[in-house]
Design a protein around this ligand. Sequence first.
Ligand SMILES: NC(=O)c1ccc[n+]([C@@H]2O[C@H](COP(=O)([O-])OP(=O)(O)OC[C@H]3O[C@@H](n4cnc5c(N)ncnc54)[C@H](O)[C@@H]3O)[C@@H](O)[C@H]2O)c1
Length: 244
Amino acid sequence: MSRVVLVTGAARGLGACIAEHLLSEGYRVAVADLDFAASQSLALDWGENAFAVQMDVASEDSVEKGLDAVEQHFGLPWLLVNNAAVMKAQKVLDIDIETFDAVMAVNVRGTFLGCQRFARRLRARNAEGRIVNIGSLAGENGGTATGAHYAASKGAIHTLTKVFARDLAPFGITVNTVAPGPLDLPSVAETIGADRIAGLIAALPTGRLGDPKTVARMVAELAHPSAGSMTGATIDINSGLYMR
Ligand SMILES: NC(=O)c1ccc[n+]([C@@H]2O[C@H](COP(=O)([O-])OP(=O)(O)OC[C@H]3O[C@@H](n4cnc5c(N)ncnc54)[C@H](O)[C@@H]3O)[C@@H](O)[C@H]2O)c1
């Protein structure tokens, strides 16, 4: 039986690209999203190795129920990709506290819950596994266009990755982050405004937006059973905007 992966926020954008790539690599893929209709439609198109799951990553109950549904349908996942997030571009002085909390709830709480609840299940079966968190350039250097809430949430994801990686390393569970810069996806124009895209691209050292497939291939590499010595890392795919 092929290994099972669960990708959150997989109904569109980067999550859908990662899910489709992992499917093409032979994994059975749970397509989890708040937008169940969209995940269902993708899973139907992709066939019997894809399974749509309703999940709000910010809700403890929903994460547990989503994991239960995947286990019942496919079995315990080998890989969790914490990709679901909300992206916001707002000036720091304009951010209201409700929006700040809402971004933190999905991005930080959601990633924490995913890592913790999935790892608990792996440990309960003495199983090894992989976790890949989707971070961001914004979490490294504050980003180019997104807001303080988004950037801070991604910085927190990078830190959560290290703590989970440290604590889970002895058990064959690796935890890594892929941190993209601006990608060639609709969400970028939706977040910063279509009129700012040309300026954004002009400011990229490589002169081009990141290809979501590069991120998807990196996730597959980190997921590989032979990649057990790679943990706690943050992999930059950011068009040269930030170099360590
Ligand atoms: N697009 C970029 O340029 C870029 C750059 C750096 C990092 N990222 C990261 O990549 C990931 C995906 O970005 P995208 O551009 O595909 O975004 P997107 O907005 O196109 O897709 C996000 C998906 O997450 C889902 N989602 C939102 N809240 C959810 C919740 N509470 N529970 C479950 N699902 C939820 C949405 O329904 C949507 O399908 C995010 O973590 C984002 O921060 C994107």
